[in-house]
Ligand binder design. Structure first.
Ligand SMILES: Cc1cc2nc3c(=O)[nH]c(=O)nc-3n(C[C@H](O)[C@H](O)[C@H](O)COP(=O)(O)O)c2cc1C
Length: 202
């Protein structure tokens, strides 16, 4: 385990501070930091201790821009086949249809969390790892965002081969990372938790 960077926030403060960052500075994230984030990711709970995850790190803005261009029409086609709420789908289609829109928001780092598909709960395991990674990033002063609309492009055989992802893995969680352009943006609010039932022995 690498020496941990000193962070200013405790876990709960970090959960409250995390937000999806959609604008990044040109400054790159160094490799020591990305590796510390992976160590945080693999501390996540994992069904039957299978640890079915593996990671791809992409730090090439030209490649990311090309992948964004390939991802947009695929995701648009997916949306059109889904009976999503029309208002939400229309907004997403408008944004994705803009030629200059980069689905990775010009971030310099993308981490793909890939799951071994023969593992019992690979998807759940990978998403838990994703949250660990994003919270650790936040605690280290980095912004992050899940880019779910990129998932279809990363699961094309040719793209997987280009990125060295073996067939037995599926890309579950693409996460961009970088330094937030605007550090004054507040986290999004949440509805209060809906408690359906709260049972306690009397
Ligand atoms: C499975 C998943 C997929 C997502 N895909 C995208 C995406 O493609 N693009 C994007 O900008 N944000 C994406 N997000 C981020 C959500 O929009 C964001 O988490 C939500 O609006 C709440 O905002 P917050 O993260 O700032 O609290 C995704 C989040 C999740 C969990």
């Amino acid at each position: 385990m690498r020496p941990l960077q000193k962070v200013e926030m405790d876990v709960f403060e970090t959960m409250l501070a995390r937000r999806s960052v959609r604008g990044y500075k040109a400054q790159d994230v160094d490799q020591v930091t990305t590796h510390i984030l992976l160590e945080a990711a693999v501390r996540a709970p994992t069904a039957m201790h299978q640890e079915p995850w593996a990671f791809v790190i992409i730090q090439d803005r030209t490649l990311l821009s090309n992948l964004s261009d390939r991802a947009k029409p695929l995701f648009l086609a997916d949306i059109k086949t889904q009976q999503d709420s029309a208002e939400h789908a229309n907004h997403t289609m408008d944004v994705l249809s803009k030629p200059d829109f980069n689905i990775f928001y010009d971030a310099g780092t993308l981490i793909l969390i890939c799951g071994k598909t023969d593992a019992a709960s690979f998807s759940a395991d990978c998403w838990l790892a994703a949250e660990n990674l994003m919270l650790a990033a936040c605690a280290m002063g980095l912004g992050s965002c899940v880019i779910g609309c990129a998932i279809p492009v990363f699961n094309i055989s040719e793209v997987k081969a280009m990125l060295g992802i073996p067939n037995e893995f599926s890309v579950v969680a693409p996460i961009i990372l970088g330094f937030a352009e605007d550090e004054t943006v507040m986290p999004n609010p949440r509805k209060p938790p809906v408690i359906l039932t709260s049972l306690a022995a009397t």
